[in-house]
Design a protein around this ligand. Structure first.
Ligand code: MEV
Length: 308
């Protein structure tokens, strides 16, 4: 039987979430320990989707999955296969609504699976635009950082409307990611900032996050993990001012820093979801153990290897 696969992964925003929506830069990296796989096979009739949240006809997907549905429709239209039956099974290990790029990664895997199934060429740009179809429905005003990072194995220095720059991260440090277990609310967080955009406090926080991201880029270029940690703490304070943190995120940031982290902050949309912490590898075990007492899940990755 004819079968094709589309594969993507999670992402972590190191710095610059939210401010990136307002044309400030951000730095994000792929999180390869979490993946999405879409397997597309032939079907006699109907376009069928089979995933943890839904099994049934693509036309009848629930409202909550409207983003993915629109990306599938747009993809089939581009492929001139709008009425061709298929069966798509999607498996994901990215926790949903935790700021790890789940919605973009799921849409990306589905689009890649369909393009591979219909044996059609797909440029990076087309893939990006098709994922953005889903992201616009799911998040309202997506910068595109999730669409980019979940489909590439490199870290990026990214600014809206500019060519993304593949970015080399090599630090004597580990990055720990901890999930509060609470669903993040990216759409709500993004629109709550829009509502307060006229406030001086909001404008200043967005600009400060942009400045901190540029400083973070310099710290990374100079392999200075201590400086990057300080900058991450400052970024978390700005995200608190923007009101996108939560009690649970602040608690995890506090625990990590108290246990010897170089710096910590929320990652992604916030209002729940995940936080990240940077530490010297000698501290990883202690910090992970402390976070595990409060968090739903904790991962870590080394930044020692050349991650570009
Ligand atoms: C979501 O992962 C990151 C945000 O900056 C939104 C976006 O960039 O689209 C909150």
């Amino acid at each position: 039987m004819k079968q094709a696969t589309g594969k993507t992964h999670g992402k972590v925003i190191l710095i610059g979430e939210h401010s990136v929506v307002y044309n400030q830069p951000c730095i994000a990296l792929p999180f390869l320990d979490t993946t999405v796989t879409a397997i597309v096979t032939e079907s006699k009739q109907h376009q069928i989707l089979d995933c943890d949240f839904y099994q049934g006809n693509v036309q009848e997907m629930p409202e909550l999955m409207e983003g993915l549905q629109s990306a599938i429709h747009a993809t089939l239209q581009k492929l001139n296969q709008s009425n061709t039956p298929f069966h798509m099974s999607i498996k994901s290990t990215i926790p949903i609504e935790r700021g790890m790029g789940s919605s973009a990664a799921v849409a990306g895997a589905a689009i890649l699976g369909l393009y591979h199934f219909f044996e059609a060429p797909l440029s990076d740009n087309e893939l990006f635009n098709l994922i953005q179809v889903s992201e616009k429905v799911t998040h309202g005003n997506p910068s595109g950082i999730d669409a980019l990072t979940t489909t590439h194995q490199t870290a990026f220095y990214f600014q809206k409307e500019k060519e993304p720059i593949a970015f080399n991260i090599q630090l004597d440090a580990d990055l720990i990611i901890a999930d509060t277990g609470m669903m993040g609310k990216t759409k709500e967080a993004v629109s709550s900032i829009v509502k307060h955009l006229d406030l001086k406090e909001t404008k200043t926080a967005i600009q400060t996050l942009g400045i901190l991201t540029k400083q973070a880029k310099k710290a990374i270029i100079h392999h200075n993990a201590i400086e990057l940690g300080n900058i991450m703490n400052k970024a978390h304070q700005q995200l608190q001012i923007l009101n996108v943190s939560s009690k649970e995120l602040d608690t995890l940031v506090h625990i990590a820093n108290k246990n010897g982290a170089l710096g910590s902050k929320l990652t992604g949309g916030g209002k729940g979801g995940c936080m990240i912490t940077l530490c010297h590898p000698s501290k990883t075990h202690q910090i992970k153990t402390a976070l595990e007492k409060q968090a739903a899940k904790v991962w870590s990755m080394s930044l020692k290897g050349e991650l570009i």
